[in-house]
Design a protein around this ligand. Structure first.
Ligand SMILES: Cc1ncc(COP(=O)(O)O)c(C=O)c1O
Length: 391
């Protein structure tokens, strides 16, 4: 199964494998994984360095990697006090385990938490669903809520709570790709009403633009809850996904198990050194928030004429991506046209969410660095060429 990084189950609660429903468009499922420029280069004959990569939600203006001491490469990477202090100050909690990208804990948690039914977003970062399915070895124990309709999602979660039977709840907050967001108050309230044994796992990979929306921003409530787990990704906001750094925040008893699971050296020395500089650099955080928003606005405005032309409808957004419903056949030709010209887009099978979306896919657009005039000009050219080709 060539499952890509984003798809899901059905919001009617039925567990489905991640196969494309529409067999007429098999090429959708054969698309290059978001951010996989190695495969893209091979398939489309465009050198890896030449790509304009809009296929991820990674900040295109990365934190400038500082000069690193040789010792961070030479010594075993036991976590330094400076690292722990920088993490605690930036995220607002010292109750964490650092890991090799948040992906590592997404894979690990289902193996460590009690085996229970799991309620997940019907559309979202697919590694959650994949990891639970693998750990629980079966279909039937995974249920879904809408990742698009907030009212329906809340009702689905509330009705599960009312059953008063233990389950785990996965929230991707904000959701990638739909942008669905639950408030801190609501999540804390759900945590207080979770039946004994169940955990709420909140994946906040895209929250850094709005730290006040993080569950960690209400430190007191977070500390009180013994069933609230928060996953943070370093790679997105800092634009440094390659160093593989993520964090799990939660109750001490679970963190001990997770620490054991990830092992002593899951975060390498250079990653720790870069993180200390980046997490402590408050000036850069402020400048970067502004530049992410500017780049996102510019990217959307460049695509707007094309999106209007093909009848795309806004699905949702976070500051690091915007998502659009587009016709499934259009999606394939759009993707191919852009890829052949060195622009990698991200197309997601939108059909899994609901039968109402039959024939539609999701185009998720990352951002371009608008200061990179050369790439900007190339992107404008490709967009214009595509519009011309439609005429
Ligand atoms: C919602 C979400 N969570 C987690 C991850 C994993 O990120 P990383 O392992 O780089 O921290 C991703 C990657 O795209 C994501 O979209």
């Amino acid at each position: 199964m060539g499952c890509s990084d984003l798809c899901g189950g059905r919001a009617d609660g039925i567990d489905t494998e991640c196969e494309p429903v529409n067999q007429e468009a098999p090429s959708l499922n054969a698309l290059v994984h978001g951010g996989d420029l190695v495969s893209a280069a091979k398939r489309y004959g465009v050198a890896r360095e030449a790509w304009i990569d809009l296929s991820t939600g990674i900040n295109p203006c990365a934190y400038p990697v500082p000069h690193l001491e040789a010792s961070c490469f030479q010594q075993l990477p036991y976590q330094s006090r400076d690292f722990e202090a920088a993490v605690t100050a930036y995220y607002g909690s010292s109750a964490f385990v650092a890991c090799n990208g948040s992906q590592q804990v997404i894979e690990l948690l289902p193996k460590l938490l009690p085996t229970l039914p799991v309620l997940l977003p019907a559309l979202g970062y697919q590694e959650h669903c994949k990891s639970w399915r693998k750990a629980q070895r079966g279909v039937g124990s995974l249920f879904y809520y809408s990742a698009i309709d907030q009212v329906a999602a809340i009702e689905r979660i509330e009705s599960q709570l009312r059953l008063n039977k233990p389950f785990h709840l996965v929230l991707i907050n904000p959701n990638n790709p739909t942008g669905l967001l639950f408030s801190v108050e609501r999540i804390v309230d759900w945590a207080s009403r979770m039946p004994e044994g169940g955990f709420i796992i909140v994946d906040e990979a895209f929250i850094d633009l709005h730290p006040e929306q993080s569950v960690l921003s209400d430190y007191h409530a977070f500390q009180q809850a013994s069933n609230l787990l928060v996953i943070r990704s370093f790679g997105k906001f800092f634009g440094l996904a390659g160093i593989r750094l993520g964090f799990l925040f939660g109750p001490a008893s679970l963190l001990r198990k997770v620490a054991h699971g990830v092992g002593p050296w899951s975060v390498n020395g250079p990653a720790q050194s870069v993180a200390i500089a980046a997490l402590n650099d408050h000036c850069w955080h402020g400048r970067n928030r502004a530049s992410i928003e500017r780049n996102s606005d510019i990217t959307v405005s460049l695509f707007r004429p094309l999106l209007t032309r093909i009848g795309a409808e806004a699905l949702g957004a976070s500051a690091l991506f915007s998502s659009w419903w587009i016709n499934r056949k259009q999606a394939t030709s759009l993707y191919t046209f852009f890829a052949e010209r060195g622009v990698l887009l991200r197309i997601i099978d939108g059909e899994a969410e609901s039968a109402d979306f039959a024939g539609l896919s999701v185009l998720r657009l990352g951002s371009i660095d608008a200061e990179d005039k050369c790439r900007l000009a190339r992107l404008i050219q490709v967009i214009n060429d595509y519009i011309l080709a439609l005429d």
